[in-house]
Ligand binder design. Structure first.
Ligand code: AMP
Ligand code: ZN
Length: 139
């Protein structure tokens, strides 16, 4: 099912243009209109899911199937040395389009994007507390 107000649903339906690079029955990949680097691609399920929590594992597997080949093709086509594969869930995590999508962002030494990964540290016992909570939610 598509959401008539959703920009990525409109792309899937061909109602607004996109530079498509891959299409299957389940997924569509196209160039990001505001690339962090040349060759920045988004891959989306054709069905509308707001974020990573909503899709079924089976459909997610189908959306992920082309990723190894797509990542390699993007890297070869752009001459990238690396690639970030990202999914943002929630505005606080940087999500601005609420149709599930995955970013493939080619990376190079000289791209100036940097990478901020400010690793923290758990206080005594906190990691175990979190494990208990997460496992209770999974059960
Ligand atoms: P996110 O911040 O993870 O929700 O990413 C949304 C991405 O969608 C941004 O990188 C936008 O540049 C991109 N975007 C928004 N509208 C379009 C569009 N019409 N075609 C292609 N990419 C788009
Ligand atoms: Zn949508």
């Amino acid at each position: 099912m598509q959401d008539t107000n959703c920009i990525f649903c409109k792309i899937v339906l061909g109602q607004i243009p996109a530079i498509k690079v891959f299409e299957s029955d389940t997924a569509l990949a196209f160039l990001d209109v505001g690339p962090l680097a040349e060759g920045h691609v988004l891959i989306v399920p054709k069905e509308h899911y707001s974020d990573i929590r909503k899709i079924t594992p089976e459909e997610l597997a189908l959306v992920m199937t082309p990723i190894p080949k797509l990542a390699a093709a993007i890297m070869r086509a752009t001459g990238a040395q690396g690639l970030n594969f990202l999914q943002n869930t929630g505005a606080v995590a940087g999500q601005s389009v609420f149709h599930l999508h995955f970013h493939l962002i080619p990376r190079n030494d000289s791209d100036g994007l940097g990478y901020r990964w400010n690793a923290g540290k758990y206080a005594e016992g906190r990691a175990e507390e979190l494990r208990t909570k997460i496992m209770a939610e999974l059960a």
